[in-house]
Design a protein around this ligand. Structure first.
Ligand SMILES: C[S@@+](CC[C@H](N)C(=O)[O-])C[C@H]1O[C@@H](n2cnc3c(N)ncnc32)[C@H](O)[C@@H]1O
Length: 233
């Protein structure tokens, strides 16, 4: 009996250690993949000409501003170039704003609406944009309210432009441990056009919430190594 208990305890510990080491390996693999891809993405942004407006955008920003994530930026740039949306909508302004706008400029069509829930960061983003991109985008400020959907507390932006969202980048507002989902897209799901595409950055709980509650037939891509996910109709 005692021998059985010892064997059981040892095997559970061994299993636990195996799971932990497997998780650690996955973590390291994802980190390595992300680092390698960062360099590649930066090269591709340079080759596409998006590096110059990005450099302009970054140069006068406050030193504590979130730095560019090149793999996210390349994903956004290439999606806009490929899908040629008429309306791009961004929640959370920053380096992504200038890259999305530059992609639209290179397309020769389309408009970017960016909203930020912090007035200061909205202003900083707008003031950092090169002049030649300001006629194809706007950066607005919107307060957010806390609402409840399916028993979960979520943020919802109060002032959003009334436009059909074709390509969405969901990267704002800043979440909190108590409110860690954003419900804007859920609330307008039935109005989304057939060419809809959304990139969600990080935001694990938000991803889980969307996967549970969005109802339409999306093609879903989970880019675990890059900590972002894509929904496409
Ligand atoms: C993840 S950031 C958005 C970044 C942007 N989409 C990008 O790719 O660069 C989300 C929000 O955090 C807020 N924020 C708080 N601290 C910030 C900081 N130090 N730099 C930039 N944004 C900050 C801003 O309101 C911003 O919209």
């Amino acid at each position: 009996m005692l021998a059985d208990r010892i064997i059981n305890a040892v095997s559970w510990r061994a299993r636990g250690a195996l799971v932990n080491s497997r998780n650690a390996c996955t973590h390291v693999n994802h980190w390595t993949e992300r680092m390698v891809y960062q360099a590649k993405a930066r090269t591709m942004l340079r080759a596409s000409g998006a590096d110059k407006p990005l450099a302009h955008f970054i140069k006068d920003r406050p030193s504590d501003a979130i730095p560019p994530d090149y793999s996210d930026l390349w994903l956004l740039f290439s999606l806009v170039r490929k899908k040629r949306p008429r309306v791009v909508f961004e929640y959370g302004a920053g380096c992504s704003t200038v890259v999305l706008a530059e992609a639209l400029r290179q397309n020769g069509s389309g408009f970017l609406h960016s909203i930020d829930s912090e007035e200061t960061w909205a202003k900083i983003a707008w003031n950092s944009l090169p002049l030649n991109l300001r006629n194809i985008c706007q950066v607005g400020y919107s307060t957010v309210s806390v609402v409840e959907r399916s028993g979960v507390k979520g943020f919802k932006h109060d002032n959003v432009p009334d436009v059909v969202l074709e390509l969405v980048y969901l990267d704002g507002p800043q979440l909190t441990p108590e409110v860690n989902v954003v419900v804007d897209i859920l609330d307008i799901e039935l109005e989304l056009p057939d060419n809809f595409c959304m990139v969600l950055d990080g935001r694990y709980y938000c991803k889980r919430f969307m996967l549970q509650h969005l109802k339409r037939a999306y093609r879903f891509t989970d880019r675990l190594a890059f900590k972002n996910s894509i929904w496409e109709l």
